[in-house]
Design a protein around this ligand. Structure first.
Ligand SMILES: Cc1cc2nc3c(=O)[nH]c(=O)nc-3n(C[C@H](O)[C@H](O)[C@H](O)COP(=O)(O)O)c2cc1C
Length: 591
């Protein structure tokens, strides 16, 4: 019987080692780029967690790829993420709460779970050693060649709302500026930023603690898209089945998890912004420089022999893919309670999650799919979803081909297309050329209550014969045709119009143009290469568009220009010399 969860990182690491799912690497490695390349390769190969015992410039070991497979996430949680979701659904069906926030506020009462809280303790291992802040002692990584410097990537940032006292825990990267100052990269839509907003209104600085390591269920809870105001530490306690022990910080008034590896204590001044970035991020391109608050450290505490946890994000697949999948499995069942027509949903990890969400809907009345989309855009972090596709309740939203097939048969742009031109956007999204603002689109491909289905092409003539500028194409299900061009030589919008006029392509339903770097045969890269690279308002066009009254009516085939635009930040790539170095040393690491 595998153990049901681990109180701290030490226990988790020893267990992984005992089952051969953690590799100790004794060879000296550089925290600049080399660890990234080793970790990314290991994730792609489905390999073990890695404990680097000898990181250049630091006395502390570094652990990475703790969550890089579905099995390890399940071990970390002590159970299957979906089973947590099912349990929560069971509980809440009984209490009929009005919203996701309402669900969590009744959780302790509904379950009678005394664990749904933290407990204060007088001593914690995380305070065995107290030191002046000196970030140069930690094995902080520089992840990608064009990163603006070194970043703490797996810090759980704990803050309190200065108005209500409620806690928030979120993972936000911290750019190291000097030994006692970092950036604080919380996006405007996140819990930490909301606390900072309140503190500013009150004219106060905001205390913060950055937690490194601890109970893996707490680490997961920091990533989980819990509603604002819901205490992630109480949720972690629920997952553990016992209250998380918290000890009072040494230089701050916050209580911090007693079993963490390190705590960086400090505060975020209300009136200082500093340029942060660039940084190679989840969407596979760099997120570029922007102004963010800073974090001034007042003290660092740690265990006697702490391990520094790290993670790499970048072009999928990376380790965070498995955390995101688990979060989806756990929380999507809850959505069904407040939106009963939603049968299932799936945010595509290939597209960085927020860029593509497929939802299966039990449409009880006409346009129920449209209603579901509007409701989901108003629910928690689903707000950040860019492209939403609704299909009938018997379609598996995880099956991209099945979703495309439904679009091919049912989508009528005249009445099934939603375009929201100006909306809040994920901070990482670069496609609109505006910060935090851009457009969204919804496709309602739920089957209509009529026997007719549209037909779509199952094969098409090679478009290269008519258009030699095209360097490749692939026809997917539903008449969805991906076409590769070199956007520096051919105007993509013009190419879409020419393809609409090309004989033989009448049965195509959607034409998506992609850039030369996309391998059309690689499903993961294709979904990434399309859905992270267009802004619906700027880049989607239909064969026919007309203005009727105040409404724009779309008709015919749809074109998506998902090529790289001149304002897009660079794609994240590891430099060739590091790839060569890692290739040469590969067997040394594993010896
Ligand atoms: C490895 C990793 C790094 C992340 N970095 C950031 C970040 O720098 N800024 C941010 O706002 N969200 C980041 N996130 C996402 C948030 O942690 C996540 O949205 C979380 O649910 C936020 O919680 P909150 O709404 O309680 O703040 C990151 C997630 C992971 C897994």
């Amino acid at each position: 019987m595998p153990p049901k969860g681990f109180r701290n990182l030490e226990n988790f690491i020893s267990h992984l080692e005992s089952i051969g799912d953690l590799k100790r690497i004794k060879t000296e490695v550089s925290p600049e780029l080399e660890i990234t390349e080793i970790a990314s390769r290991t994730v792609r190969e489905g390999g073990p967690a890695l404990l680097f015992e000898n990181v250049q410039g630091s006395d502390f070991p570094l652990v990475i790829n703790l969550f890089g497979t579905e099995q390890r996430v399940e071990l970390a949680l002590g159970r299957k993420p979906a089973s947590v979701g099912e349990e929560l659904v069971e509980i809440f069906r009984k209490v009929n709460p009005p919203s996701i926030g309402g669900i969590f506020s009744v959780l302790p009462k509904a379950t009678g779970l005394l664990s749904m809280r933290t407990k204060k303790v007088r001593r914690g291992d995380v305070q065995q050693v107290e030191t002046e802040p000196d970030l140069s002692k930690l094995p902080v990584m520089k992840c990608w060649p064009r990163d603006g410097g070194k970043f703490v990537t797996f810090g759980l940032v704990l803050t309190r709302d200065p108005a209500t006292g409620s806690r928030n825990l979120g993972i936000y990267r911290l750019q190291v500026y000097d030994n006692r100052t970092t950036g604080m990269h919380w996006h405007a839509h996140k819990g930490g930023a909301a606390h900072y907003h309140e503190a500013k209104k009150l004219g106060r600085d905001l205390e913060a603690a950055v937690i490194l390591g601890g109970d893996p269920r707490m680490i997961f809870s920091a990533v989980a898209p819990l509603p604002d105001g819901m205490d992630e530490l109480a949720f972690a306690s629920y997952l553990r089945g016992s209250p998380m022990p918290m000890v009072k910080g040494k230089s701050i008034s916050l209580h911090v998890p007693a079993e963490a590896e390190f705590i960086l204590e400090g505060s975020v001044p209300r009136d200082v912004l500093r340029q942060e970035g660039p940084f190679g991020d989840h969407f596979g391109h760099y997120s570029m420089e922007a102004d963010f608050p800073v974090f001034n450290l007042s003290e660092i505490t740690h265990r006697k022999n702490p391990v520094y946890p790290s993670i790499v994000v970048g072009k999928p697949p990376q380790e965070d893919l498995y955390l995101g999948i688990a979060a989806g499995e756990m929380f999507s069942p809850l959505i069904k309670i407040i939106q009963p027509e939603v049968k299932d949903m799936w945010a595509y990890p290939e597209a960085g999650f927020h860029n593509l969400l497929a939802v299966s809907v039990d449409e009880r009345y006409p346009k129920g799919g449209i209603k579901a989309m509007l409701a989901l855009w108003g629910t928690g972090q689903l707000l950040l979803t860019k492209c939403m596709i609704c299909v009938s309740s018997d379609v598996n939203p995880r099956d991209f081909s099945a979703v495309l097939h439904e679009i091919g048969e049912n989508f009528d742009p005249r009445e099934d297309f939603l375009m929201i031109q100006w909306a809040p956007l994920d901070t990482l999204d670069f496609t609109s050329n505006k910060f935090n603002v851009g457009s969204k689109m919804g496709i309602n491909a739920v089957r209509k209550n009529t026997p007719e289905r549209k037909t779509y092409a199952r094969e098409v003539p090679d478009p290269r014969e008519k258009h030699p500028e095209i360097t490749g194409f692939r026809l997917l299900a539903g008449g969805f045709c991906a076409v590769r061009i070199d956007e520096s030589r051919t105007d993509p919008k013009e190419m879409i119009r020419r393809l609409f006029e090309t004989p033989g392509l009448e049965g195509v339903r959607i034409i998506a143009l992609v850039s030369p770097d996309i391998d059309l045969t690689d499903d993961m890269e294709l979904i990434w290469g399309i859905f992270t690279r267009f802004d619906p308002y700027l880049d989607v066009l239909f064969e026919h568009t007309e203005l009727r009254g105040s409404a724009v009516v779309y008709d015919g085939r749809m074109g998506i220009d998902a090529t790289v635009k001149q304002w897009y930040p660079p794609v994240i790539e590891m430099s060739e010399d590091i790839k060569d170095k890692v290739e040469t040393r590969w067997s040394e690491y594993w010896s």
